[in-house]
Design a protein around this ligand. Structure first.
Ligand SMILES: Nc1ncnc2c1ncn2[C@@H]1O[C@H](COP(=O)(O)OP(=O)(O)O)[C@@H](O)[C@H]1O
Ligand SMILES: [Mg+2]
Length: 267
């Protein structure tokens, strides 16, 4: 790949995974049904710092998984490793989404085959209106939702489509960050603390939207400090502690198990 800023955007020397045939047979998840997403024994590092220490889990199509754990447990790092961003560096393990080997990909390729990461800091692009932020997400195929459909889900964005994105309230910026991700063809939605820093009434509004997205069968991993809210939305919960999985089971099991919540979530 060239670093010449004037070079055309087509990266012909990179493998175009989106149009490749499936690379493997379906894997088997614990229930015997085939897994839509799996990560197997992933290990990831920030430089010398060993953070994601052998994480494995499967997700079935349409399932919502709450990825929980105390501050610093490795939740964001796990999402970032799955999305194949440069840091943390994935040093070992396999990650598969709908038969595609994410562990062999760069972030842009993982996005192209359906990873949609909504980062904690939302990254709304300065100087662009709401609508321009959404249109930018659709600059290259594969396209997901139309802009009209995103405005149907988030009417506030439609009302503010000509407003500069960075001048929106925190809740509206979160809606824009989610909307922008849905504008791409997403197979696995990764939400990193979507309720963080938002007033309870706005959290409820975003929760209702995520319920709607859930009804559409979107496979999702939600990381949240507000574990109770995430558990109400989720089918399953995975709890991380010090970069390893310490619980993988039903969301209701965690809601029912005060000892588990106290030990790993401090709630
Ligand atoms: N860019 C980074 N460089 C070095 N260490 C990092 C970096 N980002 C996070 N860490 C460390 O990785 C650990 C897990 O962080 P993180 O994945 O953000 O946890 P969580 O999202 O569960 O709060 C923490 O100890 C944190 O200090
Ligand atoms: Mg985090």
């Amino acid at each position: 790949m060239t670093n010449d800023p004037k070079a055309p955007l087509t990266l012909l020397d990179e493998k175009n995974y989106a149009f490749d045939a499936p690379r493997v047979k379906p894997t088997q998840s614990k229930g015997g049904q085939s897994a839509y997403f799996s990560c197997w024994d992933i290990h990831a590092y920030y430089g010398e710092s060993y953070i994601v220490q052998g994480v494995s889990f499967d997700i079935r199509e349409g399932e919502i998984v709450a990825l929980l754990g105390r501050n610093g447990a490795g939740k964001t790092s796990t999402l970032r490793a799955i999305a194949r961003v440069d840091n943390p560096a994935l040093k070992h393990g396999e990650i598969w989404l709908d038969h595609q080997p994410l562990h062999e990909m760069k972030a842009w390729q993982a996005a192209r085959v359906g990873i949609g990461l909504v980062p904690e800091d939302r990254r709304i692009i300065q100087g662009l209106t709401v609508e321009e932020n959404l249109k930018l997400a659709q600059i290259a195929p594969p396209h997901g939702w139309s802009i009209e459909r995103i405005y149907d889900l988030f009417p506030r964005l439609g009302e503010r489509k000509s407003q500069e994105g960075t001048t929106l309230s925190g809740g509206e910026q979160q809606m824009l960050a989610i909307g922008r991700t849905l504008a791409r063809d997403v197979k696995l939605l990764l939400l990193d603390e979507p309720y963080e820093g938002l007033a309870p009434v706005i959290v409820q509004e975003i929760e209702r939207t995520l319920e709607q997205i859930k009804q559409l069968g979107m496979t999702t991993i939600i990381v949240e400090q507000n574990a109770i809210a995430a558990l109400h939305l989720a089918d399953r919960a995975i709890i991380l502690d010090m970069g390893t999985v310490v619980f993988d089971g039903g969301a209701q099991e965690v809601l029912d198990n005060a000892d588990l919540r106290q030990e790993y979530l401090a709630i």
